[in-house]
Design a protein around this ligand. Structure first.
Ligand code: ADE
Ligand code: ZN
Length: 340
């Protein structure tokens, strides 16, 4: 059982979520609704069947189902509804700032225009900012199972929307698709003014994290768990305070770890790594931000100080201005003293 003070702290604290794939927030209920209005027949007959299919042995098994789900999204309204559903959900969990990925190629590859995807998502994010008080950054993620030439094409398509895209990322099948494959397109993206992050060391080895740092010159590593295999890398990441956006329930569901009790988070905190907790693809992995925090706190006995550090790291690792980061950290400290 989780300590009631810790649970209260997690639930009441302002939170930032910085590793979230918007396509991974597609709840089966909304999937059925959108499939119906777009006259698309799903492979599943009902929500129970969908949920029963969400059993994965590795990243690829998940990705196959995740891309199939995203096929239902066709119109601007669909992308809007998807994003709005996520924002209203996380508002109920006191998430105050989000930095979300979208995968343009998942949609452009099947003939949906880049503009349809981004406009739907962006309109919902703007509405969320005004009506829900959730600030945001938007990250366009290149699919690493596709070629670098395809990523360059995506970069070109994104340029008319440059003012509303903050950064680029790299996701999808990690093994066999090392960061170096995307060196040139990351260089070109940086020249366009985009911030850079990349999934590395989720299933792939520690060398992929070195690759993301040295070849892609990222500002943030998504996941990064496998850094623990390389002492020199851990020391370096700690020294430069490179954010690692961890996703505990995702790691559990994709069998990156056997059980949450083995989650090496305490060791990472003790080694002064700038780790944050996030949900990755909450509709598929059984939990949004609070569920990730609570399950982890319970499994490895996080104390109030650990939780406070993780909550503050979440804001420190964002692309917000320094003043805004300080403001949120002070709010977390105030709440800590109220609860402790
Ligand atoms: N796309 C969506 N979720 C992902 C994950 N956990 N790893 C890589 N690519 C993804
Ligand atoms: Zn991810």
């Amino acid at each position: 059982m989780i300590d009631s003070k810790i649970k209260r702290f997690i639930e009441a604290a302002p939170k930032a979520e910085i590793h979230l794939h918007i396509e991974g927030t597609f709840e089966p209920e909304l999937m059925f609704e959108i499939a119906k209005r777009n006259s698309i027949k799903l492979k599943y007959n009902n929500i129970e069947e969908v949920k029963a299919a969400y059993k994965f042995n590795n990243l690829q098994e998940f990705l196959d189902i995740y891309y199939a789900g995203a096929n239902v999204l066709m119109y601007e309204q669909d992308f809007f509804d998807l994003t709005w559903a996520y924002l209203t959900k996380v508002q109920s969990q006191n998430v105050k700032h989000v930095e979300i990925f979208f995968d343009p190629q998942t949609h452009t590859e099947r003939g949906i225009d880049f503009s349809i995807v981004i406009q739907g998502i962006h309109k919902a994010l703007e509405k969320g900012k005004t009506e829900l008080g959730i600030s945001y950054r938007l990250i366009m993620s290149y699919l690493r199972h596709l070629s670098e030439a395809a990523a360059f094409e995506t970069l070109k398509q994104s340029l008319p929307f440059k003012s509303i895209i903050d950064g680029v990322g790299l996701d999808s099948s990690e093994l066999g698709n090392p960061p170096e494959k995307f060196k040139q397109v990351f260089e070109a993206s940086a020249k366009e003014g985009f911030k850079l992050c990349a999934h590395a060391g989720e299933e792939g080895p520690a060398e992929y994290i070195w690759g993301a740092l040295n070849e892609l010159k990222v500002n943030r590593i998504d996941h990064g768990n496998r850094c623990l295999d390389d002492k020199e890398l851990v020391a370096h990441l700690a020294q430069i305070q490179m954010p690692l956006t961890l996703c505990p329930l995702s790691n559990l569901e994709l069998k990156v770890i056997k059980n949450l009790a083995d989650y090496p988070l305490k060791s990472m905190l003790n080694q002064n790594l700038l780790v944050t907790l996030n949900s990755d693809d909450p509709a598929y992995f059984g939990g949004y931000m609070n569920e990730n925090f609570i399950a982890t706190a319970e499994a490895i006995n996080l104390n109030l100080d650990d939780v406070s550090t993780l909550l503050k790291n979440g804001f420190i690792a964002t692309w917000l201005d320094e003043e805004e980061k300080i403001g949120w950290c002070e709010m977390i400290d105030d709440l800590y003293f109220e609860i402790a």
